[in-house]
Design a protein around this ligand. Structure first.
Ligand SMILES: *[C@@H]1O[C@H](CO)[C@@H](O)[C@H](O)[C@H]1NC(C)=O
Ligand SMILES: *[C@@H]1O[C@H](CO)[C@@H](O)[C@H](O)[C@H]1NC(C)=O
Ligand SMILES: *[C@@H]1O[C@H](CO)[C@@H](O)[C@H](O)[C@H]1NC(C)=O
Ligand SMILES: *[C@@H]1O[C@H](CO)[C@@H](O)[C@H](O)[C@H]1NC(C)=O
Length: 292
């Protein structure tokens, strides 16, 4: 017997996989069985996006019609079980990408992770595009070193599942400014936030914003030209904060008047180069273990 049942099943699956990549719009039942390959809709969205950008270095060379399964394209991650595109990494390996950004990317409804690190994917006004706030399932967004202006659209506050956000600029860049961060308080699950090397000098009540962002655990505000940290807050919603980096902000007031002393969850506190002075408050003893 050269057609054992096991082989037969394998052949069937191979045939099904071929079928799915030629005719990717399969019914729901077969979609559950066939787990390879992104959907036609997702592939078309990515191709439309590619048309809108200036890929001078051919970084997106693997993104083409002939290469049917977009899960295998550079920078794409798919969910093993559903085949949907869940991750898009257009950072680092991408050369300067500018021009029009296609909101067609929004067809990637299942996207959970997006990195535009060091890319120039800005909107026409050279800002971070507003449509990034429409990826309903996004949990991770990395815009580190993006070549747009620092100002982030308040639309990012619509990303209700966001857990990890990095907007920081590279240390070597000229400081870019961020004037409004109040939208952060609309992110109930945000636990990791990097804003270092952005100029926040006009965000006067940054302690209030931070204290109202409920799930924060990691906060990097190093080198942000922050105004005063002296603030007495009647109510703190941030009770999970473990890592707080405020280094290289020149506050120049007594250390005891800082707003964060009654956050007892803090394990790492960096106050180097902050020109804070005077005795530490007794509350320092209630922080888990601090350094800096
Ligand atoms: C997202 O946020 C912006 C600005 O905060 C708002 O104007 C817009 O209506 C929101 N969009 C959705 C779809 O909720
Ligand atoms: C603090 O969190 C609670 C629920 O966790 C919420 O109802 C309240 O509005 C928040 N307050 C502020 C000032 O953010
Ligand atoms: C923090 O401590 C100050 C005085 O040390 C107090 O006035 C304030 O109410 C406290 N805030 C919270 C949220 O416990
Ligand atoms: C430290 O914590 C204890 C117990 O929670 C509390 O009674 C005390 O007032 C706190 N000390 C300061 C200086 O906040």
């Amino acid at each position: 017997m050269d057609h054992s049942p096991a082989k037969f099943v394998l052949l069937l699956m191979a045939a099904a996989a071929t079928w799915s990549s030629v005719f990717p719009v399969a019914d729901a039942r077969s979609a559950r069985v066939i787990t390879t390959g992104c959907t036609l809709r997702e592939r078309e969205a990515l191709l439309a996006f590619k048309k809108g950008i200036n890929d001078t270095e051919d970084d997106l060379v693997s993104w083409h019609e002939g290469n049917q399964d977009c899960c295998r394209w550079e920078g794409i991650t798919c969910d093993n079980a559903t085949g949907h595109v869940v991750g898009l990494d257009l950072g680092f390996w991408t050369s300067f990408l500018a021009d029009q950004i296609s909101p067609s990317l929004l067809s990637l409804e299942h996207l959970e992770s997006l990195s535009l690190q060091y890319s120039g994917l800005c909107d026409d006004a050279h800002h971070i595009p507003e449509f990034l706030g429409s990826f309903k399932n996004l949990t991770h967004l990395t815009l580190f070193g993006m070549l747009c202006h620092g100002e982030a659209p308040p639309h990012l506050g619509n990303l209700s599942k966001l857990e990890h956000l990095v907007l920081s600029a590279p240390a070597t860049s000229k400081e870019r400014d961020l004037k409004d961060i109040s939208w952060l308080t609309r992110l109930p699950l945000l636990s990791y936030l990097g804003l270092s090397y952005l100029d926040l000098s006009s965000v006067v009540d940054w302690p209030l914003v931070v204290s109202m962002t409920p799930s924060l655990e990691y906060l990097d505000l190093s080198n942000c030209s922050l105004p005063s940290a002296a603030r007495s807050l009647p109510h703190l919603n941030t009770t999970n904060l473990k890592h707080l980096d405020l280094s290289r902000n020149y506050f120049g007031h007594p250390v005891a008047s800082c707003w964060f002393w009654n956050i007892t969850s803090v394990e790492y506190l960096d106050l180097s180069n902050t020109t804070l002075y005077g005795p530490f408050p007794d509350a320092l003893g209630n922080m888990t273990s601090s350094s800096g």
